[in-house]
Structures are given as C-alpha cells and as structure tokens.
Design a protein around this ligand. Sequence first.
Ligand code: FMN
Length: 172
Amino acid sequence: MRALVIYESMLGNTQHVAESIASGLRPELDALVAEVGSAPSLVEIPIDLLVVGGPTHAFRMSSSETRKDAAKKSDDPIISQELGIREWIAAQRKHSVRVPAATYDTRFKMSRKLTGSAARNAEKKLCKHGFEIITRTESFFVESETGPLLPGERERAYQWGETLTVKLITTL
Ligand SMILES: Cc1cc2nc3c(=O)[nH]c(=O)nc-3n(C[C@H](O)[C@H](O)[C@H](O)COP(=O)(O)O)c2cc1C
C-alpha cells in the first residue's frame, strides 16, 4: 500500500514532523514524503493514504502574505517558497474513489481556540474535494515561530504515523 505525505514548512519544523510520520507509517506502507512545491500537483490514483501538513499561520493555513512574514523571521531561506498546502489542496480534483486522508499542523502549545489550526482548515478543504478523512487532525508543538519542536514531538509524530496505519487498515 502506498502513502504520500505532503508538507509545507518555513524553517523545517513541519518537515521534521512529516519525516517522523512517514517513518511511523513504514514498513506497513510504502510512504513517500514530498515538499509541497515539488510534490505531484495532483494526487494520482492508486494511492492508499494522503497525509497533508503545514504550519499554522494567522489561525489557519499559510497564505503568500504570511509566508512573506515568515521569511523575515530568520536569516535562513524558507523551504516552501512558492506554494503552500492551501494552494495545493485548491488544485486537487475529485476522484471517482474516495482517497483516505489525514491532516496535521505545527503550532503553539495553547488552546486551539487561541492558536487556530492549519490542519482543521486543511481538513475542511480536503473534505470538499472528496477525500475521506480517516482520523482527527493532529497538532505538533513548537517553542517559538522559528522552532524548535518541543521535546518529544518527533516521537509523537512517529506514533501518530503508526496509529494512522492501524486506522487505514481497519477502514479498508
Ligand atoms: C506569520 C506567522 C503567523 C503565525 N501564526 C500562528 C498562529 O496563528 N497560531 C499558532 O499557533 N502559531 C502561529 N505561528 C507559529 C507557526 O505555527 C510556527 O512558525 C510553525 O509551526 C513553524 O513551523 P515551520 O518551521 O515548519 O514553518 C505563526 C508563525 C508565523 C511566521
């Protein structure tokens, strides 16, 4: 079975989470990780699981404006320069079969009412595009806008990947 983990990341925190999730999906699934700007522009069938993750910006998925703001926060070049998951999801078309999917984000460790959630935002959009959400969104927490991830978050991402595999198999 094949899984595709697509991530958007400014300074690498959401990328690290994507890699840990993919490690948790293996060896049960053949999991490929792709940065959104170099990912296939359309989900190609057959795929058994799509995972989409991005940083929470201004309570939701990033926009070109918030990505510009993010670029000013560090001297290092940002990873997802051109495209965010918002634009990538908007470009998807409905498939005749419902593709299983899940979303995650990175954000501050506070009540979601205060931080917002890119994952919730992405989940709603994926539903509209006909994807079948197989589990609740998950958030992984950063210390500050530039990171790093809080201790234990990479391990939690690995475990979420393992949980996703079980959910997928029981959904089929
Ligand atoms: C422009 C901007 C807006 C942000 N807005 C939020 C927000 O509304 N809620 C939140 O929890 N974190 C917010 N953050 C923190 C990001 O979620 C954090 O920078 C991100 O998780 C880092 O991951 P990355 O290195 O993969 O981009 C914001 C960061 C930036 C740069």
